[in-house]
Write a protein that binds this ligand. Structure first.
Ligand code: PMP
Length: 397
């Protein structure tokens, strides 16, 4: 069978080969410490599980409207009003099978061949692939470590061409944990409006914020920006619900309608039971989220201190998400018993082989001076993993 050009253009995820190797090692009995995971290690809170069980028993087991039940749309509308200062109507909300599908829908209905999409790097690899899948050209703009990996209005302006249609914003960011402040968003927003560029704003890590910072949605900066923004969010990271697959988008009505129509021919509604559980997540007690954030904060601080105490490792303090993104390039050019470490990919491979620690090389995010470490694993694992990394790096010569 011949594969379509579209299929051949999809790059396999560079994280997968590390992941596959880690799993192979684990299966053979090696105690691999994994800093590779992108999901909370906590269990879904009990009241959310109960809501799902009640939904099954009540017979909520049929097709729902494609873009989500009215109950869930209303819970999302209340959440956006309460927490983000945003007003939407039900016809502006589209519930999907994870934020990943919400993003996919958004790129598909906003982009076409000939369009350019500005993607700040480090980026999450799915953003890049979804831009390509929509037939558009990703324009990758490198951000600077000194600037917390955040794109400035000047850098944005310099990347704009007559073909630019969409800007992808991800705050808090995967992989850097960087969080844009209100004034930074306002400055970006001015450039975007002047150039009539739409924003896809991926806010999935919104709840995982530290250091007293508050999440600001770029859509809340002004009514004009709201008219130009598709807000993407979901329950996966905030409520430890990665497996339930519920994400959502809030957008101007014609965009939301196009996204719904697209979804109607792709997957129809997301799971009815997960939708009922998500109503409980959004409307129910938020204490479990706070407890999770406190635990993440403890881990972040411990890990940050340990990493920065290693000679030659420079790790900026991330204000959000659950990743650390240290620069390890000072070790490049060294060897471990004859095996060369010339980039972060070499380092990730050797860390797994020798130290039995899984990390994601920065190449997965558009730069190979860095490795990404997730702290969505127990403090006990984190301690052990860091001991191993420290020992491995000390052995490089
Ligand atoms: N956006 C970002 C930046 C992510 O890291 C992820 C999950 N890795 C998602 C979206 C997708 O989340 P979901 O599980 O809701 O599809």
């Amino acid at each position: 069978m011949r594969l379509a050009e579209r299929a051949m253009g999809i790059s396999p995820s560079p994280t997968l080969s590390i992941d596959a190797k880690a799993k192979q090692l684990k299966a053979s009995g090696v105690k691999v410490i994994s800093f590779g995971v992108g999901e909370p290690d906590f269990d879904t809170p009990e009241h959310i599980k109960e809501a799902a069980i009640a939904a099954i028993k009540a017979g909520d087991t049929r097709y729902t409207p494609v873009g989500g039940t009215l109950k869930l749309k209303e819970a999302i509308i209340d959440k956006l009003r309460r927490e983000n200062g945003l007003e939407y109507q039900p016809n502006q909300i589209v519930v999907s099978t994870g934020a990943k599908q919400s993003l996919y829908n958004a790129f598909q209905v906003l982009c076409q061949p000939g369009d350019q999409v500005i993607l700040p790097a480090p980026y999450w690899v799915t953003h890049l692939e979804q831009i390509k899948l929509a037939g558009a050209e990703p324009v990758i703009v490198q951000t600077r470590q000194e600037n917390g990996f955040k794109l400035t209005a000047e850098e944005l302006q310099a990347a704009i061409t007559p073909k630019t249609r969409v800007f992808l914003l991800n705050s808090p960011s995967n992989p850097t944990g960087g969080v844009y402040q209100k004034d930074e968003l306002a400055a970006l927003g001015r450039v975007l409006l002047e150039n009539n560029i739409a924003v896809i704003s991926d806010e999935i890590y919104e709840k995982l914020m530290y250091d007293g910072l508050e999440h600001v949605s770029i859509a809340s900066i002004s009514p004009e920006l709201k008219e130009n923004t598709v807000v993407i969010n979901g329950v996966s990271k905030a409520y430890a619900m990665t497996g339930w697959r519920i994400g959502y988008a809030a957008a101007p009505a014609p965009v939301a309608k196009a996204m719904t129509d697209l979804q109607s021919h792709a997957t129809s509604n997301p799971t009815s039971i997960s939708q009922a559980a998500s109503v409980a997540a959004l409307n129910g007690p938020q204490e479990p989220v706070q407890a999770m954030v406190l635990e993440f904060l403890k881990r972040r601080d411990y890990m940050l201190e340990r990493l920065n105490a290693i000679p030659g490792v420079v790790c900026p303090r991330p204000n959000g998400a659950f990743y650390l993104y240290p620069n390890v390039s000072s070790y490049f050019g060294k060897t471990h018993r004859g095996q060369a470490v010339n980039n972060a990919t070499d380092m990730a491979n050797l860390l797994l082989e020798i130290a039995e620690v899984a990390v994601v090389p920065g190449i997965a995010f558009g730069g190979d001076d860095f490795i990404r470490l997730s702290y969505a694993t127990s403090l006990e694992n984190i301690k052990e993993g860091l001991d191993r990394i420290e020992k491995f790096l000390a052995e490089l010569s």
